[in-house]
Design a protein around this ligand. Structure first.
Ligand SMILES: Cc1cc2nc3c(=O)[nH]c(=O)nc-3n(C[C@H](O)[C@H](O)[C@H](O)COP(=O)(O)OP(=O)(O)OC[C@H]3O[C@@H](n4cnc5c(N)ncnc54)[C@H](O)[C@@H]3O)c2cc1C
Length: 495
């Protein structure tokens, strides 16, 4: 196993390694998987260095913003899959599900106290950066966060990029240095690390490990938790085993038609992987490695010039290049923004031209105006918008093309652009399985002008921010079956 690149490792506190501790602690908070994970690789490195066993600690609190049965069950299914995989590898896995608000207080400090060193995941969005900062203050041994987010290490770039084009050009120059640096496919295979039998009983007495019933979210297991029960689980199953199944099917059957099909709402032309990427159940390194293998691709094929162009750099098939442009350029552009800006979720982070034009038109008359509750319930005058909202509420996902339209219309039908931003964040992050991610903020802010340029003619409300209309969408794309499937009459009550 190659060493984890130093550019992916950050010490979060100045505390030393305690070589006389009992174990190396991997606190899994974002890359919730047993494979293709630099954090796990780093923990294995420390175990070898110190000849200590590893404890993998994966917790789920109940007070995170938008906590619901939908999100909880997806994460729990991931934990159940991890429990199986870590048991098969003989690793000590401690899954914990907080039963009531505040119950987990003190748990991290208690588990970290006996550790030699603590490794955690470096995820640049949602409440995770502030949770890591707080943990660093409590941890009396070295706490390292490791970046296993994407192909480009977050800290290989020195600043946030304003456009996909500029970021792509940077990637084309920088990425070749990092493509050989892959996390281990299976870091625990053949490691023969020392084994740990158990943790001190006083830890388990106060914070019992989650039962198999809870991890499988069976029976009433979720009912007792203080989370939003009105938002029921979506049909998609969480976890790395489900992710693997979806990925294999896409790679084998649909990738070849990605370019033609991905923008068609009625075709399942895209991968459907975003919830798995978001919760870390699947790694973009694995996806990239397997696309490259299926294309019989080697690095020698890379174009030498970094032009920033969307196609022709990888020198793979057009479909594979289009897919990698989303997975690498667009996905990592959002990670880049969040890692380098503390204000990625704030209105003020919009480019100056976008703010100026939106402010100029903030007072324009709105022909239609809806409240958050009306948006939530899909009660607008526009059947296509309502259908998109229904899909989001019912299935926890939204087709990318319709998602752009969905956001643009929220801008058009809200009292002000700031109010539109609030509504988009609330709906996207509450209902979408892949919400609360750097890509959530890229997509939402793109609707308001981030990563874009001014477009003429200047219009009411939008100014020069790019406009989209349902009529055009319905003309350019087939939506009849989509409307039938998600027409509001087919709605299930939300709450
Ligand atoms: C208003 C709005 C909100 C959005 N909110 C989210 C969100 O909460 N979470 C989220 O992951 N994406 C979000 N996106 C981006 C995009 O819609 C989804 O990533 C994509 O639809 C996921 O479907 P897929 O996995 O089938 O994508 P594929 O087409 O199969 O793409 C593969 C992967 O590439 C990444 N990707 C694809 N398109 C984009 C994009 N435009 N921007 C960034 N990354 C991309 C995703 O990780 C995706 O899983 C949003 C876009 C808009 C316009």
């Amino acid at each position: 196993m190659a060493a984890v690149p130093l550019v992916r490792i950050r010490a979060l506190n100045p505390a030393p390694v305690n070589a006389s501790g009992d174990y190396v602690l991997y606190w899994m908070i974002a890359f919730r998987r047993a494979r293709w994970n630099f954090s796990l690789d780093r923990a294995v490195e420390w175990c070898r260095e110190l000849s200590k066993p590893m404890v993998i600690f994966e917790a789920l609190r109940c007070d995170y913003p938008w906590a619901s049965e939908r999100l909880h069950r997806f994460v729990l299914e991931g934990m159940a899959a991890n429990a199986r995989q870590f048991a098969a590898a003989g690793a000590f896995y401690f899954p914990y599900v907080e039963p009531s608000i505040g119950a987990a207080k003190g748990l991290f400090a208690a588990v970290a106290k006996r550790a030699c060193v603590v490794i955690t995941d470096d995820f640049p969005a949602f409440f995770l950066p502030s949770m890591m900062d707080a943990a660093a203050k409590k941890c009396s041994v070295r706490l390292e966060s490791v970046d296993s987010n994407g192909l480009l290490p977050l800290r290989a770039a020195a600043h946030a990029f304003p456009t996909a084009f500029a970021f792509r050009r940077f990637l084309q120059k920088e990425l070749p240095k990092h493509l050989q640096e892959m996390p281990a496919r299976d870091a625990l295979a053949r490691t023969q690390l020392p084994r740990l039998k158990t943790l001190p009983s006083k830890i388990f007495r106060r914070w019992p490990a989650a039962s198999a019933g809870l991890l499988n979210a069976s029976g009433d297991a979720l009912t007792a938790l203080p989370i939003d029960h009105s938002l029921v689980p979506a049909s998609a199953r969480g976890g790395s085993i489900a992710a693997e199944r979806i990925w294999r099917s896409f790679l084998k059957r649909r990738l070849a038609r990605y370019l033609e099909d991905r923008n068609e709402p009625e075709l399942e032309g895209a991968s459907g992987l975003s919830p798995y990427l978001h919760f870390g159940h699947m790694s973009s390194h694995q996806i990239f490695a397997e696309v490259a293998r299926s294309e019989k691709w080697t690095e020698a094929r890379l174009a030498l010039r970094a032009t920033g162009s969307r196609s022709g750099w990888w020198r793979m098939s057009e479909a594979a290049e289009a897919f990698l442009d989303q997975l690498v350029t667009w996905r990592e552009l959002g990670f880049n923004f969040c890692a380098h800006r503390g204000d990625a979720d704030r209105y003020e982070s919009l480019p100056e031209w976008a703010r100026a034009t939106l402010e100029k038109h903030a007072g324009d008359r709105r022909k239609w105006r809806y409240t958050l509750e009306e948006f939530k319930a899909g009660q607008t005058h526009d059947p296509l918008w309502n259908a998109a909202q229904t899909q989001l509420v019912r299935d926890g996902r939204l087709h990318n093309y319709l998602r752009m339209l969905w956001g643009k219309k929220i801008l058009e039908w809200s009292k002000t652009p700031r109010e539109a931003l609030r509504v988009m964040i609330e709906l996207n992050n509450r209902y979408a399985l892949d919400g609360r991610d750097p890509s959530s903020y890229s997509g939402i802010f793109w609707c308001l002008g981030r990563y874009d340029r001014p477009w003429g003619p200047e219009r009411e409300i939008f100014g020069t921010v790019r406009y989209m209309s349902s009529e055009n969408t319905a003309r350019k794309h087939r939506v009849r079956e989509y409307l039938k499937e998600y027409a509001p009459s087919a709605n299930r009550p939300i709450s």
